[in-house]
Design a protein around this ligand. Structure first.
Ligand code: ATP
Length: 300
């Protein structure tokens, strides 16, 4: 069995706020998974629970079939969180060496420096004197220090310029080729689409959709069938078809918005309705995602 992470009915409640609500999923070795969702969807809370940094209110979390807080698990994971806090009094090179010393089989110092692109003069700087971008690179080096099998990144590219972003994702592809399992949170749909093999779409603390980027796109963006007809159209019957979300008439055309337009077409043909000028349209994914984001803003 190559499942290395699993969550079962995991919830997290902060006072009267349910941040994560009955979430279940599992991740296999070597997968690159994006936890996608708008602000406040519960992504960071879920990540912190997976890392054992925050205790769940209920449910079960297993990493490598064990509790995330066990020492043997900690040695196999690396994480880059949103807030970078490093030991300010130390130089960059010293912080990297210190983190390497925590692990039984760390990555070589030179390799870490090369991956994260630190120059000689940067390595001599004190950690508190680094710019925001340099701090994130240091956090990346520290996440990789133990040569982990499983890596977690919380909104890794926030604040990075385009070049750093590109370099970051190139390194992630190399890590994937080495067989590492990578989980990252993002609220950029494009980023999840470009990088991830699987997306877990979070919304208001729950996983509302799960699948490959292609499957998610199909699910999120609505399709519609529209047609003309001289006959009376059984609008109510159409509305009751499975997966149909909307039926309306505009400019003498009937529009049926549905998850699966094939089912709508099959129904129309089965009923032998005389229809003409049939058009099938695919809604835009970014619009659909925006709607979801807007909906969640209202809820906050
Ligand atoms: N320590 C906390 N105390 C109280 N409420 C919290 C705490 N941490 C998170 N929350 C709330 O839980 C919900 C989920 O927050 P979370 O940070 O997990 O969302 P997110 O999807 O990571 O969002 P973002 O993209 O903004 O980081 C939010 O409504 C947030 O305000």
């Amino acid at each position: 069995m190559n499942e290395i992470l699993s969550l079962q009915n995991v919830s997290k409640q902060f006072k009267d706020k349910v941040a994560v609500d009955q979430v279940s999923f599992s991740i296999k070795k070597g997968e690159v998974v994006a936890i996608l969702g708008p602000n406040g969807a519960g992504k960071t809370t879920t990540l912190l629970m997976m890392l054992g940094l925050l205790e769940q209110t209920s449910g079960d979390i297993k990493l490598f079939n064990e509790n995330p807080r066990t020492k043997s698990v900690r040695e196999k994971i690396g994480a880059m969180l949103q807030e970078v806090s490093v030991i300010d009094a130390l130089k960059v090179s010293e912080v990297i060496q210190l983190f390497r010393s925590y692990y039984p089989k760390p990555l070589g110092f030179e390799e870490l420096v090369q991956i994260t692109g630190f120059q000689e003069d940067e390595l001599k700087k004190r950690a508190n004197k680094l710019s925001g971008g340099q701090k994130r690179r240091l956090a990346f080096a520290l996440a990789l220090a133990g040569n982990p099998d499983l890596l977690f990144f919380d909104e890794p590219t926030v604040g990075m310029d385009i070049t750093s972003r590109k370099m970051f994702w190139n390194t992630i592809s190399t890590l994937k080729e080495q067989g590492k399992t990578i989980i990252f949170t993002t609220h950029y749909l494009q980023e999840a689409d470009d990088i991830a093999e699987r997306i877990l779409l979070f919304h208001k603390g729950s996983v509302v959709a799960e699948g490959t980027p292609k499957e998610i796109k199909r699910r999120l963006s609505k399709q519609s069938v529209s047609f003309q007809s001289n006959q009376e159209i059984p609008i109510e019957e159409l509305r009751n078809l499975s997966g149909v979300t909307e039926v309306f008439t505009k400019d003498h055309r009937t529009h049926v918005v549905a998850e699966n337009t094939d089912l709508v077409l099959a129904y129309l043909f089965e009923k032998k309705l005389q229809i003409s000028a049939v058009q099938i349209e695919q809604g835009r994914l970014d619009e659909a995602f925006e709607q979801l984001t807007e909906a969640s803003k209202e809820a906050i």
